[in-house]
Design a protein around this ligand. Structure first.
Ligand code: MG
Length: 483
């Protein structure tokens, strides 16, 4: 079973504007071939997941699914900024008497309907009932008048507002009336009090808090975060200093990472069976180009953050766990490091790694701790090692098939065996479940291999290997029963 899950950012990681990054194509092909559960996680939106997946599939020349159904579970694979709001559909707009206001372009309503909201409405549909709501611009011909008997239960900002003035007015109207559109559009409901007072809040959700974005112009363009800022200012003035309450989605916010984690887990369950749904040992990777959204979000969620240099990141300080040139490099453990890990494992027959994905170095092998865990997970998935987990440490035990595999990989002769496979007098050893931490010290002080016999010294195997004859008792001690 694959024990990792990946969330790929799209822009700056797989594509860059109109251009496709070839490393991105290869990375996706690689994870698909290795059956790694993954999602595409972007702060973009304003379209449906199906359309975005189709667009990306064409660019990458490989099929990207937006979602699929498995045993009544929806497995979401394309996560746009507003996709996590899908779970709100159960809460709002399910009865004949309730609707939700969607802020964003018309395609956002289509997305809302796909999420299961029964009665999503757009600002234009309110103006189609009563143009005086925003009496400065009348382009309501394309909209059907909404049913004002339905109360608006929540306000969901899916994407950039197309008309800030109109939308700020309508949101404040709904806040002042508790979502009752009749009190917004019917003159008979006039009260002096309501004119100036916001006494009731409706829940408001934003899909993305980015303040600005860039296009080809010299100055930045305002994004959803700026709209929110303007709305907050007007609301504060209108309410006499109250602070607008809202829930924020999108990277780097928690609801989005919770959603992505669940999406990865359901994907794993589809690939590997229901047990994979609750796999507490899974490693989650967030790969992106933006330190403020991708890296910040992955770090906050306790994931391993991987920063690529192919997007907006231009060097300098960053908080990422791994910095790589491109997304394909993130998929790989450098051959040199893999070799070091395998050498150590073969030599000792057992390898211990702390469950800390962000430890810069393993305590015995001079590579990042994460590389050790990943390399050993890969061996475990192929049945070449047995793993035990105790007191925050992984204990990996090489089995016979693993010995054969590593012997070939390291080009070692058959007489060389791991310490744990040498028949010795009783010796103290690693006792999984008891030892709180591995012992660092080495008895022989070298990096030698042990041989089955007590013959003479022979030529080293490969590279800087210095295989030794059995000259002492290894610290492996008695082999665990499972090996
Ligand atoms: Mg990006």
């Amino acid at each position: 079973m694959n024990r990792i899950g990946i969330a790929f950012d799209i822009d700056g990681v797989l594509i860059k504007g109109k251009f496709v990054l070839p490393e991105g194509v290869r990375a996706i092909q690689r994870v698909k071939a290795a059956k790694v559960p993954f999602v595409l996680l972007t702060n973009g939106g304003g379209t449906t997941e199906v359309n975005k997946a189709r667009e990306l599939s064409e660019k990458l020349h490989t099929e990207i699914k937006s979602s699929q159904y498995s045993n009544l579970l929806v497995i979401r694979k394309m996560i746009l900024s507003h996709t996590p709001m899908a779970h709100l559909a159960k809460k709002y707009s399910q009865t004949e008497t309730e609707s939700v206001l969607i802020i964003g372009k018309d395609s956002c309503k289509k997305a809302a309907l796909e999420y299961g909201f029964k009665y999503p409405i757009l600002s234009g549909e309110i103006l189609a009932v009563c143009p005086e709501v925003w009496p400065f611009k009348h382009s309501v011909n394309n909209y059907e008048p909404t049913n004002i008997d339905r109360k608006v239960g929540a306000i969901l900002s899916f994407h950039d507002s197309e008309d800030w003035g109109r939308d700020i007015q309508i949101v404040c109207d709904l806040l002042r009336t508790g979502g009752d559109l009749r009190h917004v559009v019917e003159p008979k409901h006039h009260t002096h009090r309501r004119r100036h007072y916001i006494g009731q809040q409706l829940p408001i959700y934003f899909s993305n808090g980015d303040f600005v974005w860039s296009n080809n112009l010299p100055l930045t363009r305002f994004a959803q975060g700026s709209f929110l800022h303007a709305l907050e200012g007007v609301y504060s003035r209108l309410s006499g200093g109250s602070k607008l309450k809202y829930t924020m989605y999108g990277k780097p916010h928690k609801p989005t990472y919770d959603f992505a984690k669940h999406a990865i887990d359901t994907y794993a369950a589809e690939l590997y069976g229901a047990d994979a749904l609750q796999d507490s040992g899974r490693l989650y990777f967030g790969i992106g180009d933006n330190p403020e959204s991708d890296i910040e979000g992955a770090n906050r969620a306790g994931w391993t953050s991987v920063l690529v240099k192919t997007g907006v990141y231009e060097g300098g300080k960053h908080e990422a766990n791994l910095l790589v040139d491109n997304v394909e490099e993130a998929m790989l453990i450098p051959t040199e490091n893999r070799k070091k890990i395998y050498q150590q494992l073969f030599q000792e027959g057992v390898l211990v790694a702390k469950k800390d994905y962000n430890l810069p170095k393993h305590n015995e092998v001079d590579v990042p701790n994460l590389h050790v865990i990943k390399a050993l997970q890969s061996l475990e998935s192929r049945g070449l090692v047995h793993v035990q987990f105790s007191w925050q440490y992984y204990y990996y035990f090489l089995n016979d098939a693993g010995i054969e595999y590593l012997r070939k990989f390291l080009h070692l002769p058959t007489e060389i065996v791991p310490r744990t496979h040498i028949k010795t007098a009783k010796a103290p050893g690693v006792r999984p479940g008891r030892e709180e931490r591995p012992r660092n010290e080495r008895r022989d002080g070298g990096d030698g291999y042990r041989r089955r016999d007590d013959g003479e010294k022979k030529e080293g195997a490969a590279g800087d290997f210095r295989p030794e004859f059995r000259g002492g008792v290894g610290r492996g001690g008695p082999r665990p029963a499972q090996v």
